[in-house]
Design a protein around this ligand. Structure first.
Ligand code: DGL
Length: 234
């Protein structure tokens, strides 16, 4: 087996929040990160369009020698992962989905899920709610159009404007937990906390990293080295 990298991709810098956690859990591994900026944002693309785009990215990473590919993007995972698994049946994929299960399992009463318009619409997201929501819990969904792009550009004025608009309908809902259902959003945790100081923020990055480790162990693909690995950018 010559494939040596763990491939990680997103539409931009969002996936770095997953990469950071991966590096912590699997320090000896080598990572190959691809930010698909040319096709960003993913969150306003149709399923068909996004499948074409992500399938191209996966081919690229596969060619470079990836033993596993992490879809460090909630949009691409909830919309395309199943089809990508069918198309590339020889690749091990680990995806990123909104951490709805974590929020529900921790018994928060009023949960707000922030995600891109495409993730909010996705069947997979609806299924995650159906599978995990307890009868006593309220789950609210909010499509944060333009937020990932504003984060990508570091446009804090625009970020602030979008957040004010997004949260205005939930100020009286006693929101106890916010699920950051886009990998860009952990990058603006501080700004979110200012607007919703009483809510716990939940993201799925640790769960993704643990699942990658589990898959590598199961397939006997862990890198056998005591030295720290490297991160390469494609
Ligand atoms: N970071 C991505 C996600 O987790 C996508 C953001 C975008 O390109 O719209 O959904």
């Amino acid at each position: 087996m010559n494939d040596k990298y763990i491939g990680v991709f997103d539409s931009g810098i969002g996936g770095l929040t997953i990469l950071e956690q991966l590096k912590e859990v699997l320090p000896q591994e080598d990572f190959l990160y691809y930010a698909d900026r040319g096709n960003a944002p993913y969150g306003n693309k149709s399923e068909e369009e996004l499948l074409k785009i992500t399938s191209h990215v996966v081919s690229k990473l596969k060619q470079r020698g990836c033993k596993l590919i992490v879809i460090a993007c909630n949009t691409a995972t909830t919309r395309c992962m199943q089809k990508l698994r069918e198309e590339f049946s020889d690749i091990i994929f680990v995806g990123t989905v909104p951490a709805i299960k974590v929020a529900c399992d921790n018994n928060y009463n009023n949960i707000l899920i922030m995600a891109t318009p495409a993730t909010i619409k996705a069947e997979r997201t609806k299924q995650l709610i159906k599978d995990n929501k307890k009868i006593t819990q309220n789950i609210y969904l909010t499509a944060c159009s333009g937020l990932a792009t504003a984060i990508e550009k570091g446009n804090f004025k625009e970020i602030n404007k979008i957040l004010t608009n997004v949260f205005k309908d939930y100020q009286d809902k006693d929101i106890s937990a916010i699920v950051l259902g886009c990998t860009h959003y952990p990058l603006i945790k501080e700004q979110i906390k200012v607007k919703m100081p009483h809510a716990i923020l939940i993201d799925g990055s640790l769960g993704v990293a643990k699942e990658v480790k589990r898959q590598l162990q199961e397939h006997n693909l862990l890198k056998n080295s005591k030295n720290n690995g490297q991160i390469f950018f494609l």
